[in-house]
Design a protein around this ligand. Structure first.
Ligand SMILES: C[S@@+](CC[C@H](N)C(=O)[O-])C[C@H]1O[C@@H](n2cnc3c(N)ncnc32)[C@H](O)[C@@H]1O
Length: 216
C-alpha cells in the first residue's frame, strides 16, 4: 500500500515536471487566440491523467505538418489531447473523433471543447473504446492512443486496416517506467509496416508512420 502511494506521488511529480508551458503556434486567427487563451487559462484543470502541454503541442505539430484531416483520439478524459488535435485540424480542414467511457469526463470534455470554440470539429463519443474503435468506419490518417495501456495492441490492430498509408499511429506513455504498455513498441516493430520514433515528454509518445510498402 505504501509503495503504491509512493509510486502515485512520483507519477504526479514527474507529470507536473513535464507540464511546463510550451510556446504557442502562430496565433493568426480569432480561433487561435481563443484556443490558446483557453488552454492557458484552463491549465490548472488538466489534472485527470491529461497529456502534458509538451505532448499536446507535439500532436498539434504532427497533424499540421503532415496535413492530416481524419483523426481519432482514444481516451478523451477531459479533452486536453483532443483540444490540441482539434486545433490543428482547424488548420487542415479536418475532423476529430474522440472516445471516452467515463460519463463525467466526457461531459467535462464537451464543456471544454465548447469553451475552446472547437466543438464543431469534434465528434465526442461516450462509449467503450474496446467496442467503438473496431466499429468505426474510418479512414483515419492520425490516431492518438492514450486509454487503457494493456489494450494498446488491440487498438492498433483494430485501426491498421483503416489507417491510410503515410498515416500515423501515436501512443502515449510508451517510455513511462510506471505505466508503459508492455511489449507494445516491440509489437509495432514486428509488424514491419511502421517507421517509429519516440518523442515528446519523458513519458514518451511513440510516433509510428505507416509505410506504403512492407519492410522486406
Ligand atoms: C490517460 S487518460 C487520457 C487523457 C487524454 N488523452 C488527455 O490528454 O486529456 C485515459 C482515459 O481513457 C479512458 N479509458 C480507459 N479505458 C477506456 C475504454 N475502454 N474506453 C473508453 N475510454 C477509456 C479513461 O477513462 C481515461 O479518461
Amino acid at each position: 500500500m505504501r509503495q503504491t502511494i509512493l509510486a502515485c506521488c512520483i507519477f504526479i511529480l514527474v507529470s507536473a515536471c513535464s507540464s511546463e508551458p510550451v510556446t504557442s503556434p502562430n496565433l493568426e486567427t480569432d480561433l487561435d487566440r481563443r484556443v490558446w487563451h483557453f488552454l492557458n487559462s484552463n491549465g490548472g484543470d488538466w489534472d485527470l491523467e491529461n497529456v502534458p502541454a509538451t505532448d499536446g503541442r507535439l500532436l498539434y505539430d504532427l497533424i499540421v505538418e503532415n496535413g492530416y484531416t481524419n483523426a481519432l483520439d482514444i481516451g478523451t478524459s477531459t479533452g486536453h489531447s483532443s483540444t490540441w488535435m482539434a486545433w490543428a485540424l482547424s488548420k487542415t480542414g479536418g475532423k476529430l473523433v474522440t472516445v471516452e467511457y467515463d460519463a463525467i469526463r466526457h461531459r467535462k470534455a464537451l464543456d471544454n471543447f465548447e469553451k475552446a470554440g472547437l466543438l464543431h470539429i469534434i465528434d465526442a463519443r461516450l462509449a467503450d473504446a474496446h467496442e467503438l474503435v473496431p466499429a468505426l468506419e474510418g479512414p483515419f490518417d492520425f490516431v492518438f492512443c492514450d486509454a487503457d495501456k494493456d489494450w494498446y495492441i488491440n487498438y492498433l490492430n483494430a485501426v491498421i486496416p483503416k489507417l491510410q498509408e503515410g498515416g500515423c499511429f501515436a501512443a502515449h506513455n510508451v517510455r513511462s517506467w510506471l505505466i508503459a504498455p508492455e511489449g507494445f513498441l516491440e509489437y509495432v516493430d514486428s509488424l514491419g509496416m511502421f517507421e517509429t520514433t519516440v518523442e515528446g515528454s519523458p513519458s514518451g509518445v511513440s510516433v509510428s508512420y505507416k509505410r506504403s510498402a512492407l519492410r522486406p
